[in-house]
Write a new protein. Structure first.
Length: 304
C-alpha cells in the first residue's frame, strides 16, 4: 500500500475519548481538504461513533493496521493524556501531525511525539479559529418530538408505552436532529418553556414535528410546520379527531403502527418533508386565524 496514505483520528476515535460534534466536524473538515488535495484518506472512529459514521466509510480505530499508513493526523481536542501518547507508540513508523488542537504543556510527550503540531491555542502565539466552524455541505432536518405517557382516561385502549417504544426506536435510526420537547409550561424550571409563546417560537423553527400529543399537532400546524401525528389510543382518540378536524393526512393509528411499524412511519414522514407536506402545513397556518369561530360564537351567544 502507498506510504502516503493518511489516517485521520482524534478523541472521537479512541475507546474512552470524548466524541463531541466539534470533534467530528473538525475531523471531517480535515478529511475533505486532504481528499480535495488528492490524498488517500481513511477516518477511524471509536465503537460508539462508528455506529453512526461507519456506514459513511469510516473504520473502527481498533481494527486499523498501523503499517498501512505513512501519515497519521490527530485532529481537535487537548493534546495530552495516555490515548494521545499511545498514538506515537502504535504509529511509530508513520509521520504524525496534530492540527486544530489545544496545547497545554509544550513539553508533554503527547505533544513532542508529533512531527508537526498546528495548534488552535497554546501558551504562545495567537489563537486560531476552531476547524469545526468550517461550513457543512449538507443540511439536516430538525425534528421536534412531543410524546405523551399519561391519558389514563382512555383505560384499556391505551397503547402509549408500545407506541412510544416503536416511535422512539424508529426516530433513533433517522438521520435528523431530534429535539425532545414538551407543551407543558413551568416558569420554575429553566429547562421548560415559561410561556406559550416560547413553545411556539421553538416549533416555528423546526422542519417537522413528530407527536403523540394533540397540541403537538395543533401548534405545529398553527406555525405552518408539517406534523407526523401518531395516535396512541387504540381505535383513535383526540389526536385522530383533531387530524380529521384539520383535514390533516399524516396520521398513524396505534394499531397501524404496531402492525406495520417503520414502513408506515417512513411513508408519512417522507410526505411531511416533501413539498406537498410543507405546502399543506402552510395552508393550515393560513387558515388558523379563523379557527374556532363556531365554538366562540356559540359561547358568546350563550352569554347573551
Amino acid at each position: 500500500m502507498s506510504a502516503v496514505r493518511v489516517l485521520v483520528i482524534g478523541w472521537s476515535s479512541v475507546l474512552h475519548g470524548e466524541a463531541t460534534a466539534g470533534d467530528v466536524l473538525s475531523t471531517e473538515a480535515v478529511v475533505e481538504r486532504l481528499r480535495r488535495g488528492g490524498h488517500e484518506v481513511d477516518l477511524a472512529w471509536s465503537p460508539a461513533v462508528h455506529l453512526a459514521y461507519g456506514p459513511r466509510g469510516g473504520l473502527r480505530y481498533d481494527d486499523v493496521d498501523p503499517a498501512a499508513y505513512g501519515h497519521v493526523v490527530w485532529v481537535c481536542g487537548p493534546l495530552t493524556g495516555d490515548p494521545v501518547r499511545e498514538v506515537h507508540e502504535r504509529f511509530a513508523g508513520a509521520r504524525r501531525t496534530a492540527v486544530g488542537v489545544s496545547v497545554l504543556d509544550p513539553d508533554d510527550p503527547a505533544v513532542t511525539g508529533f512531527d508537526l503540531v498546528v495548534p488552535r491555542d497554546g501558551p504562545v502565539g495567537q489563537p486560531r479559529r476552531d476547524l469545526a466552524a468550517r461550513p457543512a455541505v449538507d443540511g439536516v432536518d430538525v425534528v421536534g418530538v412531543f410524546l405523551t405517557h399519561g391519558q389514563g382516561e382512555y383505560g384499556t385502549r391505551r397503547r402509549h408505552e408500545q407506541v412510544s417504544a416503536a416511535l422512539t426506536g424508529w426516530l433513533g435510526a433517522l438521520d435528523v436532529a431530534r429535539l425532545e420537547l414538551d407543551t407543558r409550561i413551568d416558569p420554575r424550571d429553566w429547562r421548560m418553556p415559561a410561556t406559550a409563546e416560547q413553545v411556539l417560537a421553538v416549533i416555528a423553527r423546526l422542519d417537522v414535528v413528530v407527536t403523540t400529543r394533540l397540541h403537538g399537532l395543533v401548534l405545529a400546524l398553527r406555525c405552518g410546520v408539517p406534523a407526523l401525528a401518531v395516535d396512541p389510543v387504540a381505535g383513535g382518540g383526540k389526536v385522530s379527531a383533531q387530524a380529521r378536524a384539520w383535514g390533516w393526512p399524516a396520521l398513524v393509528g396505534a394499531q397501524e403502527l404496531l402492525a406495520q411499524g417503520a414502513v408506515l412511519l417512513d411513508e408519512q414522514f417522507a410526505w411531511c418533508r416533501s413539498g406537498s407536506g410543507r405546502a399543506a402545513a402552510h395552508r393550515a397556518r393560513d387558515e388558523a386565524p379563523g379557527v374556532g369561530e363556531e365554538q366562540l360564537a356559540a359561547l358568546e351567544a350563550a352569554l347573551g
